[in-house]
Design a protein around this ligand. Structure first.
Ligand code: HMG
Ligand code: MG
Length: 295
């Protein structure tokens, strides 16, 4: 069976905009986040407190949060890799953070400048201090199905990394297919390797056109939190060939077609994507936006 309701965890302002070659003005980011909340989103990953030279696209995180109008009932998590990032997030009254680990050795080095083992030394004190402050902590595992340097990722390796993060007290674990190589059978097998869907979310990139099929496999396995990005923008600058996230509009089209509730207004989402595409200077890769959009 399928869940009655799915929570869409919107990552456009973070995973989407971190990969744009042009720097998007902070006012545009603020309007983007406001439009997402108005379209019905209840969780919007807003920005990252990572090193500003590693991701210059989000170097304005403090400025964005300082001016952000928060809608009651909407969660605005931010990405935080280390203590310095947590300091910055706490200065802005952030209530929810997300740490992000790698399932593979090569990507841990490339994305975090750490080894697979030493990434935990970075996250452990961050999660502990965040929990002390009463924050909610989500964790990501990247390269869950394969990485461009090491090939397919063994499920046991993903489970080992994921379990350690959950054991630190993270409330949710998002399984990231950073380079989009997984297919539905891999998804069901990985969820089974975790012993079921409890506390799991999924995060698919559509590089090989598998994101919706993979999502359906995850829903059938009992997952109810799905990450998606407005208009299908996004990718990780430190992962070769990482292209667009699963587009929120494509996901909403499928879910509403299946009778699964999302609380989102598809028309406003498409309007926001069309508006954003004009700001970014190129059309949205989302099929639903292309079918319904006006630009
Ligand atoms: P490092 O160079 O090892 O940092 O980078 P360090 O700890 O050695 O510190 C060096 C200097 O940087 C220090 O300054 C720190 O204060 C400063 P100094 O004392 O020399 O003057 N510094 C900072 N400044 C501001 N904010 C900070 C910060 N941290 C250190 N947070 C680090 C390690 C983790 C910081 C770096 O590798 C980094 O920022 N990586 C982030 C890369 C990234 O954002 N990637 C994209 C997000 S992940 C993703 O997209 C995947 C996902 O979508 C899921 C999926 O698709 O799979 C989540
Ligand atoms: Mg991603």
């Amino acid at each position: 069976g399928l869940p009655e309701r799915v929570t869409i965890y919107e990552v456009g302002p973070r995973d989407g905009l971190q990969n744009e070659s042009a720097i998007v003005p902070v006012e545009v980011k603020a309007e983007f986040v406001a439009r997402l909340a108005a379209a019905g989103h209840r969780v919007i990953e807003t920005t990252s407190f990572v090193h500003p030279t590693w991701v210059p696209q989000l170097a304005d995180a403090s400025e964005l949060l300082a001016g952000l109008e928060r809608v009651p009932g909407v969660r605005y998590p931010v990405l935080v890799p280390n203590q310095r990032g947590l300091d910055r997030a706490l200065e802005h009254g952030v209530r929810e953070i997300a740490v992000f680990a790698s399932a593979t050795e090569t990507f841990a080095r490339k994305n975090l400048n750490r080894t697979l083992e030493s990434q935990f030394e970075m996250f452990e004190p961050v999660v502990a201090r965040a929990l002390d402050h009463g924050l909610t902590v989500r964790a990501y595992v990247s390269m869950c199905f394969g990485d461009p340097w090491e090939g397919p990722t063994p499920a046991g390796q993903v489970v080992a990394v994921g379990r350690r993060l959950l054991d630190l007290g993270c409330s949710e674990l998002s399984l990231g297919d950073t380079v989009g190589v997984g297919t539905p059978g891999h998804v069901s097998a990985l969820i089974e390797a975790f012993g079921g869907p409890s506390r799991l979310a999924v995060h698919f990139h559509d590089t090989y056109g598998q994101a919706l099929a993979n999502t359906l496999a995850a829903l059938q396995a009992g997952v109810t939190v799905v990450d998606a990005s407005t208009g299908g923008i996004g990718g990780c600058p430190y992962a070769e060939s990482a292209t667009g996230n699963l587009a929120t509009e494509d996901l909403v089209w499928m879910l509403h077609g299946l009778g699964v509730e999302t609380g989102l207004n598809l028309e406003s989402l498409v309007e926001t994507s069309t508006w954003l595409a004009a700001k970014l200077g190129r059309p949205s890769p989302s099929r639903v936006v292309q079918a319904l959009g006006t630009a």
